[in-house]
Design a protein around this ligand. Structure first.
Ligand code: AP5
Length: 226
């Protein structure tokens, strides 16, 4: 059952960390348990690509190369969603912001809309683990459940335990693109750790423990912030 108390955080929670840190895995858990929206800019872009929209067509080459999609595209996507009437005060952002420009403009957007400053959870993970995590990742094409063929395989290979959906491998989860995504993270996104630390909004989370342990630590960590 959803835990309604966490919705009382009353602010956006940003999951910041390298590719494969476990942001998506944890965001899904937190969203389900606390009954709050989960915004994944990566998922939103992939959906556009799948539907063949103009946004998807323009974003695809960036994603395929392991580079960031232009700031304006992502900012507009997130702001359009959060500005909807009645959008909850508490929500989880997974994979956004990723540049100074995105972080600064999102702060401005929150202020302009009378929303509280965000809380940021930095997933700290040894980069040596990431290649294994990412090459082993499989995602359900129906409900988005995340697996790992090495560490968290489905009961039936290629099939989601939850809804029987086909498991797929993301096209950007190959070694070459993973290396470039990590490079992009180091060059453009990791700097945000200092940006948010200065704002006193940063919580550090050890992302190396098993997923269920990370979830419990995360919940403990968010509790005093309420
Ligand atoms: P996006 O989809 O956001 O990918 P990412 O940031 O590279 O992160 P990942 O989804 O790869 O990793 P994750 O941390 O969510 O790990 P997960 O939980 O799945 O972005 C893709 C692309 O879209 C970008 O390259 C860019 O082009 C574009 N884009 C998106 N947002 C953008 C933005 N804001 N601005 C510009 N461009 C943007 O876990 C990974 C694996 O590890 C899984 O197999 C999982 O089972 C396993 N695992 C998870 N936790 C654990 C654990 N604790 N122990 C062991 N295994 C674990």
């Amino acid at each position: 059952m959803a835990d309604p108390s966490v919705a009382s955080l009353g602010r956006a929670v940003i999951f910041l960390g390298p590719p494969g840190a476990g942001k998506g895995t944890q965001a899904r858990q937190i969203a389900k348990r606390f009954d709050v929206p989960h915004i994944s800019t990566g998922d939103m872009i992939r959906e556009h690509i799948q539907r063949g929209t103009p946004l998807g067509q323009s974003a695809r080459p960036f994603m395929d190369r392991g580079e960031l999609v232009p700031d304006e595209v992502v900012l507009n996507m997130v702001e359009e969603l959060v500005a909807q009437p009645g959008f909850p005060e508490t929500f989880v952002l997974d994979g956004f912001p990723r540049t100074f420009r995105q972080a600064e403009r999102f702060d401005e957007f929150l202020r302009e809309h009378g929303r509280a400053e965000p809380l940021v959870v930095h997933f700290v993970v040894d980069t040596k683990q990431l290649l294994r995590r990412l090459t082993g990742r499989r995602t359900c094409s129906v409900g988005g459940e995340i697996y790992n063929i090495y560490d968290n395989p489905p009961r039936v290979p290629g099939q989601c335990d939850v809804d029987g959906g086909k498991l797929i491998q993301r096209p950007d989860d190959n070694e070459d693109v993973i290396t470039r995504r990590l490079g992009t993270y180091i060059a453009r996104t990791r700097l945000l750790v200092d940006y948010y630390r200065k704002e006193n909004a940063l919580l550090e989370l050890d992302g190396l423990a098993p997923p269920a342990v990370v979830t419990e630590r995360l919940i403990e960590m968010l509790a005093p912030a309420r």
